[in-house]
Design a protein around this ligand. Structure first.
Ligand code: ADE
Length: 312
């Protein structure tokens, strides 16, 4: 699996080199590249944001910078859409893979401090206008044979990311994550790529607001990648976990000694009777789920009811 991440803080993703994720990269099971969005800016301040159209507090991330970066990362040629929604040659004409790519001059695009962004209202960072780089025609096709990417934006206002999403995405060949900051990315960016035929997803990781998408993307990547075949030393540990298969929370786990600081584990667990142990764990899972996550028990009831309905 190939993963590309775009962020103004690519260093956030250094942690993905640790532990099992690092080993998976060493083994060639996974490649993870974190790109600095500012490498695709053209102005002296490396601006990535601007004031919201229609007014309001905060700053919104600029579509031009995002699209130039994502076009390069996904190997796409820029297009524009006419009034009928048909793709036409974009005025943002750069041919992928030429010297025109701001990423090639990464040395002189040192990241600037976050605080620089608060008053960032520079003129648009116009794309290069070097005529020699005009793409042949408007195209929605990737310039390489690489597998089609799925483009994912973390967004607190999006549907919740679940284990089912992680399972589905673990089968993908190429994932591209775009981490927004401030008030988020101009909403035309996901719309543009969806119109281009790219599969675009937006996910929230919970009903709370983070400072940016980086932590959300790290969480999603970890949940996805550990399901990639060959990632876990013991694949059974995935099967037994909470949220896999039926939606019950997992039973509690204990190790030796059977009594520790006066607290004993249930004697069933040391009885050696596997049937009894399984039943005990299942009952505990049900009790914990009813108490901690009653919504999941409802889900289980609904599934059972619709199954019974189908039989009648
Ligand atoms: N960005 C900020 N908060 C977020 C959340 N809860 N989920 C996904 N992306 C976010």
């Amino acid at each position: 699996m190939r993963i590309d991440i775009v962020s103004v803080f690519p260093e956030y993703f250094d942690v993905l080199k640790l532990s099992l994720l690092g080993k998976a990269q060493d083994k060639g099971l996974l490649s993870v590249t974190a790109h600095n969005l500012r490498d695709w800016t053209h102005d002296v301040h490396h601006s990535v944001d601007d004031t919201p159209v229609g007014g309001g507090a905060g700053m919104v991330m600029k579509p031009e910078v995002w699209a130039q970066c994502l076009d390069d990362v996904m190997g796409l040629v820029p297009v524009s859409f006419d009034d009928d929604g048909q793709p036409v040659q974009s005025r943002d004409f750069r041919l992928i893979g030429t010297d025109d790519n701001a990423n090639d001059s990464a040395d002189d695009t040192e990241s600037v401090d976050d605080s620089n962004d608060s008053g960032d209202v520079d003129a648009d960072s116009a794309a290069s206008t070097d005529d020699s780089t005009i793409a042949d025609s408007a195209s929605t096709e990737a310039t390489t044979d690489s597998p089609k990417p799925i483009l994912i934006f973390p967004n607190p206002s999006a549907p919740l990311f679940t284990q089912a999403d992680a399972t589905e995405l673990s089968r993908a060949d190429h994932l591209v994550f775009g981490c927004g900051r401030y008030e988020g990315i101009d909403a035309r960016v996901p719309e543009y790529y969806a119109r281009q035929g790219v599969e675009v997803r937006e996910y929230s990781i919970g009903d709370y607001v983070l400072n940016g998408g980086e932590v959300a993307v790290s969480a999603m990547i970890e949940a996805i990648v550990r399901l990639v075949p060959g990632f876990m030393g013991n694949p059974e540990s995935i099967v037994e976990e909470s949220y896999t298969g039926d939606p019950l929370l997992e039973h509690r786990q204990f190790t030796k000694p059977a009594t520790w600081r006066g607290i004993a584990v249930d004697p069933v667990l040391t009885s050696g009777d596997h049937g009894k142990v399984d039943r005990y764990r299942r009952d505990e899972a049900m009790e914990r789920t009813t108490r901690i996550r009653p919504d999941l028990v409802e889900e289980l009831d609904c599934k059972a009811m619709s199954k019974a309905d189908r039989k009648t």
